[in-house]
Design a protein around this ligand. Structure first.
Ligand SMILES: Cc1cc2nc3c(=O)[nH]c(=O)nc-3n(C[C@H](O)[C@H](O)[C@H](O)COP(=O)(O)OP(=O)(O)OC[C@H]3O[C@@H](n4cnc5c(N)ncnc54)[C@H](O)[C@@H]3O)c2cc1C
Length: 419
């Protein structure tokens, strides 16, 4: 077998996007995927509606993936509301206030994966090996090596793990991971609410549960519930009518009657943070590096940021050292991706702790955060900026400074109280 330039384990959205980003820089890539071809070529809907930031849409456009997503499959996210307890107690971030039509776009994970496959399929520098079970991986100072169960052997100067937050490649390479099991299940399903959602994404905490409603095109929405394992089992066992009624009740009738459309999908909530993102001849991307709790909707956005950072480090490594995996360049990738992810990762953990803990001492803190969101335009602007900014994932100090001033500029309309 001819030697490949880079080996990627995992043909999920991060692995496929990285393969494309490396190919665009002239590299050949072998992608090793455990699933059968059909699961990657025509991925089944998995209930995940991915809220993409403007930066992620830019990256997908640059990779050519965006073109493969039908415009009608992109649901604009015009406003985002965060509410606590009583639905009226919250604050809102409105794209219009910032002169934009949408804060971001919602796209089904299966559509992103299918579009990523369509660019990879037509790329002669990328080979994807399906139903490939990894028997062993090794990475040393000179080469990385992957051997498959069927005896095929791959050698490369760089091995990348993109094989999910429970990455077995990461474990095989001996990288410890900080893992937090939130002890809850996230249930997601498409619904047709009786009332127009007006392009508003709701995140509704309190009353012993977390509910979200994500606005989709054609009058559809994605209902997202965070519940205990026992509750998840009970809800999944309900028939469509009973579940629709239960949803209407849980959302306090705010969106009118709910009609279930399609299947309910369940995800155990586990966040992961790899202690190292790189080592000699290897790197982690996507969820294998940082596995986010979905509440802040940033897992794949960070995954795409890791793709941009690693692809740029590899290109610079070749240009400066004639080697795609020079230790200094991998270290730069790790440094930048850590710095670009840590605040969101820790902040998300804090949001989950503060907003899902109904014990008395935490409630005033929650109220204070909501009140700050309502009273402080710069805070809302900072939240909107994180979604709207489509610049490089690692801005220069000057760009950072300019962004900082933008956030503080007092041109935001007064806060809007929810009704
Ligand atoms: C309910 C929910 C909602 C979400 N909403 C958002 C959102 O709004 N915005 C956002 O940015 N993110 C969101 N996310 C996160 C997003 O879905 C993930 O970050 C993203 O799918 C991770 O992509 P990945 O390619 O890193 O990993 P995965 O999608 O897990 O893909 C890993 C791939 O590796 C393969 N693989 C695994 N092990 C092996 C092996 N040993 N050998 C070969 N192949 C292997 C798998 O078959 C798979 O194809 C959400 C997640 C959930 C659960």
């Amino acid at each position: 077998m001819p030697e490949s330039s880079i080996i990627i384990i995992g043909a999920g959205p991060a692995g496929l996007c990285l393969a494309r980003a490396l190919s665009q820089r002239g590299l050949r890539v072998d992608v090793i995927e455990r699933q059968p071809r059909a699961a990657v070529v025509a991925p089944a809907p998995d209930g995940r509606e991915i809220a993409l930031t403007q930066a992620s849409m830019r990256i997908l456009r640059e990779l050519g993936v965006w073109e493969g997503i039908d415009a009608s499959a992109v649901s604009p996210l015009r406003r985002a509301r965060v509410a606590d307890g009583d639905a009226g107690n919250g604050f809102e971030v409105d794209a219009e206030t910032f002169g934009q039509a949408a804060l971001g776009g919602l796209v089904a994970n299966s559509d992103i994966r299918a579009a990523a496959w369509s660019v990879v399929e037509g790329d002669e520098r990328i080979r994807v090996h399906f139903e490939a079970e990894v028997a062993s991986v090794a990475a040393g100072s000179r080469r990385a090596e992957v051997v498959l169960e069927d005896g095929r052997r791959f050698e490369a100067p760089l091995l990348v793990a993109a094989d999910s937050r429970f990455s077995s490649t990461r474990r095989a390479l001996g990288i410890p991971v900080a893992m937090h099991d939130f002890g809850k299940i996230m249930l997601v399903c498409r619904v047709r609410p009786g009332r127009d959602h007006e392009g508003v994404a709701w995140e509704w905490f309190g009353e012993g549960q977390t509910r979200a409603l994500l606005p989709l095109n054609d009058g559809l929405a994605s209902a997202v519930l965070t519940v205990t394992g026992v509750e998840a089992e009970r809800l999944q066992a309900l028939d469509a009518d009973a579940l629709s009624r239960e949803l209407e009740d849980r959302y306090r009738g705010r969106f009118g009657p709910m009609a279930l459309e399609g299947e309910v999908h369940a995800y155990p909530l586990v966040a992961t943070w790899a202690h190292r993102f790189v080592g000699p001849r290897f790197a982690l991307v996507g969820d294998a590096a940082v596995g986010m709790h979905p509440v802040t909707a940033h897992g794949f956005n960070l995954g795409l940021a890791s793709v941009e950072r690693l692809a740029s480090a590899v290109a610079d490594s070749i240009a400066r050292h004639g080697d795609p995996a020079h230790p200094a360049m991998l270290a730069r990738y790790q440094r930048r991706h850590r710095a670009g992810s840590a605040t969101l990762f820790l902040g998300t953990g804090l949001v989950v702790r503060v907003f899902t803990d109904d014990r008395l001492p935490v409630r005033p803190l929650r109220r204070a955060i909501i009140a700050a969101g309502r009273a402080l335009p710069p805070l809302r602007r900072a939240l909107a900026d994180a979604l709207l900014d489509d610049g490089p994932v690692d801005p220069t100090p000057r760009q950072r400074l300019r962004r900082g001033f933008e956030v503080l500029r007092p041109r935001v309309a007064g806060s809007r109280r929810l009704q």
